[in-house]
Design a protein around this ligand. Structure first.
Ligand code: GLN
Length: 287
């Protein structure tokens, strides 16, 4: 029998994790991680801290807990350890083939929903990753025709799994946004993208857990041309958008103005939008 030093309740698991992580995380981070692990690994819903003393755990849960605590301690993002990430109120499956959906991207979804309540729109998402954007939108606008592309076959498998689990009808295509290969025919009312936008020279400022575990293909662009994806989108969108079509992009705030200039030059009506931390993180461009 596998036993923890004191007993086999959830509270003992929490104590085990606290000790094992030592001062690697501060007290509030440790508390939050314990809660995420208990909820996402075992499905416990912890409302009050007194609950944890009364929940008994099985031997296999203890073993799974120990393995997971070790992985989190080694710097792996907790969402990859549990395989789950919350985005816009929905639980998405994640793994290292996709970026963990970010709160900024939830803001992007919020902006699009706030701007559009037309019932039937044709929407395309470039570089969809886990599929979090089109799936979250489809939940709130069930009549929209949703399509999405990504270059990574593994990311697309994850996106497809998410669409099925979350009962969202989204059509995914394997395509290279930069060459145009694989992008389906048709014209869109809304084009969305959160493409790779972190320049290699920003690596030093990044958190180790992101740098060592999240997919570089989804994050990084060359220092020489950090706006590669935005240039390409500006180039193709005039002919692919319907009249009054809109583009919504997540941006690297460092390049907000130069990203905007690309679309101004093509005659779009542009607006830079700040994220909750006050940085210009989004661009809206209207044809
Ligand atoms: N917002 C992500 C980060 O800062 C980057 C996402 C992206 O490159 N599109 O880690």
């Amino acid at each position: 029998m596998c036993v923890l030093p004191n007993g086999n309740t959830l509270s003992d698991l929490f104590d085990y994790a606290q000790n094992r992580w030592g001062n690697q995380f501060d007290a509030s981070e440790k508390k939050a991680l314990n809660k995420i692990l208990a909820e996402d690994l075992f499905g416990f819903k912890i409302i009050a801290s007194s609950d944890v003393k009364n929940i008994r755990v099985s031997e296999s849960e203890i073993l799974q807990w120990m393995r997971s605590v070790k992985r989190v301690g080694a710097g792996e993002p907790v969402q990859y350890v549990t395989g789950k990430a919350l985005f816009y109120g929905l639980v998405f499956t994640v793994n290292p083939s996709v970026l963990i959906p970010r709160p900024e991207t939830e803001e992007l979804v919020e902006i699009i929903l706030g701007d559009h309540n037309e019932s039937a729109l044709h929407v395309m998402d470039f570089c969809t990753g886990s599929g979090c954007i089109p799936i979250a939108l489809k939940h709130h606008r069930p009549n929209w025709k949703m399509e999405a592309v990504d270059i990574s076959e593994d990311a697309l498998k994850t996106a497809q799994t998410n669409a099925e689990k979350l009962h969202a009808e989204v059509t995914f295509y394997e395509a290279d946004v930069l060459t145009g290969e694989g992008i389906p025919e048709g014209n869109w009312d809304i084009l969305i993208s959160n493409p790779p936008y972190v320049a290699i020279n920003e690596k030093a400022q990044m958190e180790a857990s992101v740098l060592h575990h999240e997919p570089h293909l989804a994050l990084f662009v060359d220092d020489e041309n950090p706006l590669l994806f935005y240039e390409r989108i500006a180039e193709i969108s005039p002919s692919r958008l319907n009249k009054n079509g809109c583009i919504y992009l997540e941006l690297n705030p460092i390049y907000a103005e130069s990203s905007e200039a690309l679309f101004k030059r093509k005659g779009f009506e542009t607006t830079l939008i700040k994220d909750l931390s006050g940085k210009f993180r989004f661009l809206k461009a209207v044809k």
